[in-house]
Design a protein around this ligand. Structure first.
Ligand code: SF4
Ligand code: SF4
Length: 186
């Protein structure tokens, strides 16, 4: 079934690695050949994301919290400290380290120390980078390298990319035959 939703993380990782060349070709295709300007392309991505996301429950996945190190601004770290009844120094010592390149903080450990089971223990005050993940809501064309990187670990991104390949008429030459190529736009 060409439009089924894939959530198995091992399958997603294996397939994304196997499709690396095709994903690179898709990047070139989106950059040079898709006749949509950024605005309608972003609208199509948002529509596709909404269609995929309704079948995926992030509370049962939490893979991004296991494999990605979120970035915290000082203001965000201060807000989280207050939420936890701690000082900024407390949460720096326990959970965060400075990232000199970015002038911000990243977590000391993976999975994220604020992950409790499959839920975020600081959900109400989580940093913007988490609230906006998987970052499919804007600048799809210019962000495509990061999007394709995220496709390896995020079921939403993976399924959105695979659907877009079909919708946009990208002909995938991957040996698995999972992407048959052109399907009329929804
Ligand atoms: S955003 Fe992606 S990786 Fe994170 S919990 Fe949701 S489906 Fe999983
Ligand atoms: S702060 Fe919360 S949402 Fe962000 S990575 Fe950690 S557990 Fe996940």
């Amino acid at each position: 079934m060409p439009h089924e939703i894939i959530t198995d993380l091992h399958h997603i990782q294996r397939t994304t690695v196997a499709h690396e060349a095709d994903n690179l070709a898709f990047r070139t295709f989106v950059t040079l050949e898709v006749p949509l300007s950024d605005r309608p392309l972003n609208a199509l991505v948002q529509e596709t994301t909404a269609a995929v996301w309704q079948h995926i429950d992030c509370r049962e996945c939490a893979n991004c919290c296991r494999v990605r190190q979120p970035v915290f601004s000082r203001a965000e770290a201060t807000r989280i400290a207050a939420y936890l009844g701690l000082t900024l120094e407390d949460i720096r010592t326990r959970y965060l380290q400075s990232d000199a390149d970015m002038g911000k903080y990243i977590t000391r450990t993976l999975p994220c120390p604020f992950l409790d089971g499959a839920l975020c223990s600081i959900y109400e005050v989580r940093p913007a980078v988490c609230a906006q993940y998987p970052h499919l809501h804007r600048n799809f064309r210019s962000r495509l390298p990061q999007v394709l990187d995220n496709a390896e670990t995020c079921p939403i991104v993976y399924n959105v990319v695979e659907r877009l390949k079909r919708t946009l008429g990208f002909v995938d030459s991957a040996p698995t035959g999972e992407n048959p190529g052109v399907t009329p736009p929804a």
